[in-house]
Design a protein. Sequence first.
Length: 387
Amino acid sequence: MPSPLLALLLDRIRAAGPITVAQYVDEALYHEEFGYYARARQRSGRDGDFFTSVDLGPMFGELLEAQFEEMWRVMSGDGAVGEPAPDARFDLVEAAAGHGRLARDVLDRAAARASGFYRAVRLHLVERSALARAGQAETLGPHAQRLATGSAELPAGVRGVIYANELLDALAPHLVVMRDGGLREVYVDAGDDRLVTREGPPSSPRIEEYLTTVGARLEPGWFAEVNLAAADWIRTAGSCLDRGFLVIIDYGHEASRLYSSSHSTGTLTTYRRHVSEHRDEGPGWLMDPGERDITCHVDLTGIALAGREAGLQLLGVVDQTYFLLGLGLAERLLEDGSDAPLAVKRRLALKTLLLPGGIGSTHKVMVFAKALQCQTLRGLSLGGRVT
Ligand SMILES: C[S@@+](CC[C@H](N)C(=O)[O-])C[C@H]1O[C@@H](n2cnc3c(N)ncnc32)[C@H](O)[C@@H]1O
């Protein structure tokens, strides 16, 4: 039985012609009725298709809280560095917020410390899935009154921090391949009863411009993703931010590595039940649209450049492990050495965040600032190592 979205896409392509991979992925993930993220409130975790740092428990959010609290201090002129311009409010804007789990962890910690930071927070949750948005107030529980907006769009005039964990890897990329005759784009076309790929000229001059700007030189036969949507999102975030910070957490590489022989087959992939799939009849991401996650690695160079264009200053890029160590991950590990099940569970989660080669090395943290004099932050204090 073809999935309803497969039938719909086959009809659409037969009527109007092939679509770009970017259009295909956008439909597969976000089609209002049949899209992967539209159909479930939560997709990650043990019972889902992939894990994010949020699935490891509240520690990730608790550590991030230390960073956001410092940012609030810096902006209030109460930190080590900062302008003496006390802000009455602090916008805490989470993008790709799902049903609010990470925000809940951050606010639980802030509330437990009874800090001025907690009282200053105006929470904004930005999430494209309507089903996930509908669950936010319930997840936030006692913090629901802090929720100023819950929307699919970033709010304007932000004074505080915009942060996103694993948003950019879930935005729909164009897929290109270099041939002897020049750059070609991969399109999705209709086969007899399934979707197939077909090559054609690039759908937009922006694709080649992007590759030139980030210094990518593809060899014949190399495939690569060009995520214009990710760069556009950064520009939008930059213009929505009046004053404050933008924190991006995601897996990716500098362009010199992403667009190199080590990634010459591209990074577009699909996860289902924690397994990445490729089938003989075609790429896994083309199978069962709407039923599986589709993701690709983030180009950190393109993101940094988009940030600069949007008037953002890049304060640093570090492995997530170093970011969290700067925020006290090691100290948290030593905090409660008891054998109580909860303490053991917390230590295991902290170790998973810390282990080399795991989520802490694959994931990078990029911190930008706007309209602020800020030289350093705790999360960036251990230096700029990126593995
Ligand atoms: C990989 S999940 C990550 C969820 C969560 N941040 C976490 O770490 O567990 C990506 C999420 O981004 C959401 N999303 C995609 N595009 C978005 C956009 N433009 N604005 C806000 N959320 C978006 C999806 O609906 C999905 O919930």
